[in-house]
Design a protein around this ligand. Structure first.
Ligand SMILES: *Cc1c(COP(=O)(O)O)cnc(C)c1O
Length: 390
């Protein structure tokens, strides 16, 4: 097997999580809405999963709704609150995940107004910028807990207190953060929070939306009475059990896993920053433990990715050019990086199961590849000569 350093994209399912799910695919196949023994087993498993998920984010279990993942949770939170508001203004940032950006763009077409705040050079949105953007009819602020490209954490607690002071609801896309760093919806005074199991060693296709008690939100999926009729459809028991098991595992081992990941991330960053003309994006900010986002001057990240892939090393381009659009990352652009810098950017995301030996292998291969690519790069030669390489 190769070396996987793309844990921000998805994680492998933990063996304990898989084992917990297994019986709900065969022996315990019941429908949680059924009024018999099979149904009761499913119902009980669903309740336990809800409690485990709620515990990870400091919520009451009644306020946690299962969804199909982070994307659905973001859609529901933002569209559901917009539906209740009817019209008005939303504040978000330029560096949100597409699940938030595209939902906001959709609402703009429906007559809502949206402000997309920039971030500073370190990668986070300034609380005072949020406060300044508030208008008379602002009804929702949606700011991510931590960015998926850089791992930079946003000042969520401060933004929440600004939102509360102005009587505005606060949603946070915490998909990258939950299961990795402490998140407490009560202590932080969060109204709505999105999370997804597959970003912390649970299965894909299951997530949750925390909705503060008493908050009025539009129904998302119309149908039966599951989840108070707000999000109908036969409950995904195996998925929920997987999410619950992953939540429990994360809660019990958070400090241990974070220490392991941040030590390896530091080793990786220290090793790669020895390469000249290398910049650590978000390096000065408070970050998630496993993220290392580096810009290597004078190279194309896509070419580096191919070379590393040939060695069995899986990383990601910092730029969201997965679709082949070749557009430089909007996250790095918002941080003030040039398109050239953005194009030379690679995201390494360390996980629980990575080893020091793997990190050292990655450092060796990355150094070698960057040198080879630069040797063939007229851009880099020009840049070294002090000229612009555009
Ligand atoms: C992965 C991710 C999502 C989408 O979650 P899915 O469960 O894959 O739909 C949303 N927001 C952020 C920040 C993410 O990292």
């Amino acid at each position: 097997m190769g070396i996987y350093l793309d844990h921000a994209a998805t994680t492998n399912i933990d063996k304990q999580v898989l084992a917990a799910m297994q019986p709900f695919f065969d022996a315990h196949f019941g429908n949680a809405s059924s009024q018999h023994g099979f149904g009761r087993i499913a119902q009980k498993a669903l309740m336990t999963a809800r409690e485990q998920t709620a515990a990870l984010i400091g919520a009451d279990c009644d306020d946690v709704y299962f969804t199909s993942g982070g994307t659905e949770s973001d859609n529901w939170a933002i569209k559901g609150i917009a539906e209740t508001a009817g019209k008005g203004h939303i504040i978000t940032t330029q560096v949100e995940h597409h699940a938030v950006l595209e939902t906001c763009a959709y609402l703009q077409k429906r007559g809502f107004r949206v402000t997309y705040l920039p971030v500073n050079e370190a990668g986070f949105v300034e609380p005072c910028a949020v406060e300044k953007a508030i208008e008379k009819d602002t009804f929702l602020i949606s700011v991510m807990f931590a960015n998926n490209e850089t791992g930079v954490m946003m000042p969520i607690e401060q933004i929440c207190s600004i939102a509360r002071a102005h009587d505005i609801l606060m949603h946070t896309d915490a998909v990258q953060a939950v299961g990795h760093v402490p998140v407490d919806v009560k202590k932080m005074d969060i109204d709505l929070l999105s999370l997804s199991a597959h970003k912390f060693y649970g299965p894909k296709g299951i997530g949750a939306l925390f909705i503060r008690r008493g908050l009025e939100i539009g129904r998302f999926i119309h149908g039966g009475s599951q989840q108070r009729g707000l999000r109908a459809g036969t409950d995904n028991i195996a998925g929920a059990v997987g999410l619950g098991a992953a939540a429990l595992l994360a809660a019990e081992n958070m400090a241990k896993f974070a220490a392991h990941e941040s030590a390896l991330a530091k080793r990786l960053a220290d090793g790669l920053l020895k390469i000249e003309e290398t910049r650590f994006n978000g390096g000065e900010a408070e970050r998630l433990p496993g993220h290392v986002n580096l810009s290597f001057g004078g190279i194309e990240a896509a070419a580096l990715l191919v070379r590393l892939d040939l060695e069995g090393i899986a990383v990601s381009a910092g730029s969201a050019c997965a679709s082949g659009s070749g557009k430089p990352s909007y996250v790095l652009a918002a941080m003030g990086r040039t398109p050239e810098e953005a194009r030379g950017t690679v995201r390494f995301t360390v996980g629980r199961t990575n080893t020091q030996k793997q990190i050292d292998t990655v450092i060796t291969h990355t150094k070698e590849s960057v040198e080879k690519l630069r040797a063939h790069s007229p851009l880099f030669a020009q840049q070294k000569g002090g000229k612009s390489y555009i």
